[in-house]
Design a protein around this ligand. Structure first.
Ligand code: GMT
Length: 375
């Protein structure tokens, strides 16, 4: 089977899921074509079954906004024709499902239409997609897809609540490849903390929805009771809030490490004792699942799909969005009790194993097969 994957190339969760899915399919012998504005961050282009097609946007001074979506649909049309693809898989309605619909119209002119699967990841539904500038186009392109999947039950409910969807939405949860988290003998905790200190970690693109100010406040509360360090991984607009916090709390400067974007994320997660995710919105929380796969329990808000991943009192603790005090207290409770921490680390790993790639990949393959059969 030849599959075209349309995705964002960034470190964001949707790009990671699309890339990991495509690479796993390629390893099983599928021919996988990535169409994106840049090489996806984790894509192994040396795999002979993987192809990458960069969307080529012509910049022209006449245009205030360069027409990316037109270039994208033209590229989809060309790749389907040239490589005789069997199926397109769009990760995000905006702009991927929308551009794929346009490409399909062009392909129909050549009697070469192709089935389209759209996977909803969250921001296109719960945040950007609801804006009147996009809403109708998002709803339209979801309805024009031949199959629709959502990464959590919560996101499916939100989609049905906010849009008039005429087709069944299949929940196929995000996944993790636990084999990438094998025992890390070279992990050096001492690089980040003294032996008597605990390590808290937060990983995100530091958008306002991630509430990094609460991460910092939780750490400030915890640090008063438990000797600890905080690692923040990622870059984004709220880095300014981090810098402001450090200015206001200079005594914490030596206790907070800002690592930016890192390549060895999994290794650093394996050194950590607790992952903080106080998000305001999270369709799934892939970052939490990655932490659990690294044996790291999660203290989070109960936003969106997080409770489907992080189980209260088992793999970590959850509190209402914005309840910094509760999240801080849970953190102190967990980090002050070695027995509890060890138990939760094990539970977190067991939960990650339930979401293993081995269990989820066959569901995607079956969905592709039935979508093509019913087309
Ligand atoms: O929120 C992010 O960090 C990025 C965002 C994206 O668009 O890639 O992530 C969304 O998709 C991920 C993969 O399905 C989910 O794990 C995240 O929860 C979801 N983010 C939101 O819903 C805010």
């Amino acid at each position: 089977m030849k599959i075209g994957i349309l995705c964002y190339p960034t470190y964001g969760g949707s790009g990671i899921v699309a890339t990991e899915l495509g690479m796993s399919l390629a390893n099983k012998g599928y021919e996988v074509h990535f169409i994106s504005s840049a090489l996806p961050a984790r894509l192994d282009i040396t795999n002979p079954n993987i192809f990458f097609h960069r969307v080529n946007v012509q910049t022209y001074p006449l245009f205030q906004y360069q027409p990316y979506d037109i270039a994208l649909s033209s590229m989809i049309y060309r790749v389907v024709n040239l490589y005789k693809l069997d199926l397109l898989h769009a990760h995000y309605a905006i702009p991927y499902a929308y551009a794929a619909f346009t490409a399909k119209q062009m392909l129909k002119e050549d009697n070469n239409d192709i089935p389209l699967v759209t996977t909803l990841h969250g921001t296109d539904i719960t945040l950007v997609g609801q804006h009147p500038s996009y809403k109708h186009a998002v709803e339209f392109s979801i309805n024009q897809s031949d199959a629709i999947t959502s990464v959590s039950e919560s996101l499916k409910r939100d989609t049905l609540q906010f849009f008039k969807i005429k087709k069944e939405i299949q929940v196929i949860t995000n996944f993790i490849d636990n084999s990438e988290f094998d025992e890390c003998n070279e992990c050096q905790r001492t690089q980040f903390a003294n032996p008597d200190e605990k390590i808290l970690i937060h990983v995100s693109n530091l958008r306002p929805v991630k509430r990094v100010d609460e991460v910092l406040q939780i750490f400030k509360n915890v640090e008063k009771k438990v000797k600890s360090k905080l690692i923040i991984i990622g870059e984004g607009p709220d880095m300014e809030k981090v810098n402001q916090f450090l200015e206001e709390n200079p005594e914490l400067i030596s206790k907070i490490r800002l690592l930016g974007k890192v390549n060895d994320l999994y290794r650093i997660l394996q050194l950590s004792d607790v992952f903080l995710l106080p998000s305001e919105q999270e369709s799934f929380g892939l970052a939490a699942l990655e932490a659990m796969a690294a044996n790291t329990p999660v203290i989070s808000s109960n936003a969106g799909g997080i409770p489907e991943v992080n189980i209260q009192g088992e793999t970590g603790y959850l509190a209402e969005i914005g309840n910094v005090e509760a999240m801080s207290n849970y953190c102190i409770k967990l980090l002050s009790n070695e027995e509890l921490l060890a138990k939760m680390k094990k539970n977190a790993k067991d939960q990650a194993i339930k979401f293993d790639l081995k269990n989820i990949l066959p569901i995607y393959e079956e969905m592709y097969r039935t979508t093509i059969e019913n087309f």
